[in-house]
Design a protein around this ligand. Sequence first.
Ligand code: ATP
Ligand code: MG
Length: 324
Amino acid sequence: MSEPLFEVTDLQVSFRGRSGPVNAVNGLSYTVMPGQVLGVVGESGSGKSVSSMGLLGLIRDRGATVTGSARFQGRELIGMPDRELRSVRGREIAMVFQDPMTSLTPVYTVGWHIAEQIRAHESISKKAARHRAIELLAEVGIPDPARRVDAYPHEFSGGMRQRAVIAMALACDPALLIADEPTTALDVTTQAQILDLMLRLRETHGSSIMVITHDMGVVSEIADRVLVMYGGRAVEAGTCREVFHTPHHPYTRGLLASVPRIGGEKLHRLPTIPGAPIASSERPTGCAFAPRCAERHDACTMQPLLTGDGHLSACWLTAPEVPA
Ligand SMILES: Nc1ncnc2c1ncn2[C@@H]1O[C@H](COP(=O)(O)OP(=O)(O)OP(=O)(O)O)[C@@H](O)[C@H]1O
Ligand SMILES: [Mg+2]
């Protein structure tokens, strides 16, 4: 078995709250293997974005602390000096966000953005970078790329902008692409095209992909492995098949309860689970899902660990030993 490309262990992200630190991510561990697509799913506020932003040094809040370990190709990202981390970001790990305008400046052309991205990491001439930008736009399916390279972001549709941002992300052939809700703002057809595009790029560039989403449909279409997050922790992890066919955690079962059968209507949003997602500052000491869980029992006042053989779950119902 090959080495993991990316190995996150006991990641903690906390912010300064009014009455002490607030843990947004609380001991998150996962691995991404080379060429693998990991889907990270969970309700709003479960810590999906903050966890990846934290380990890439993208949280600007000065009161935020990030601890734990994030080993990428054998190098530790947590505590890495800013300069070095900046060079990893973009060159080896690229990010795509829900709103493509996060990555695009309105006053520069699309081609300028892609060329700049290339030139920030490679010493090639402006002309060669422009040429490469045109090639990348063609690769992500922008029609007439030699002309479109000079267009401004506002002249692109939302789907085209997301393609352009993916072209930017691919400009440096990243080993890992982290896409945070890359298709949420897009219509269903464009969403399917963007997912297809990401999967094709995995084939051509060999990149691993981490897709963060609250859309189970997206996960089922694209992921090899799934990580389910609740309250800043992983509550279940396994192959797409394991998690979708034999979900272990009541939270995952709740998420999947109304997923229609194959051939039925496709699910585009997480179904509603009774109760509200828990705020980071109000988590109980035991299992964070317990207050909403129909299957809670006495043991749930203690925090269950993520255990299992490949298919992992953090629940006393599936734990090998339940404390007396
Ligand atoms: N700068 C901040 N200061 C304080 N708390 C924050 C800050 N940024 C995020 N949080 C908290 O961290 C928790 C996790 O937020 P995060 O953005 O990771 O959620 P998410 O799972 O990505 O949700 P969504 O699906 O809505 O994008 C939330 O409770 C949020 O309120
Ligand atoms: Mg988010």
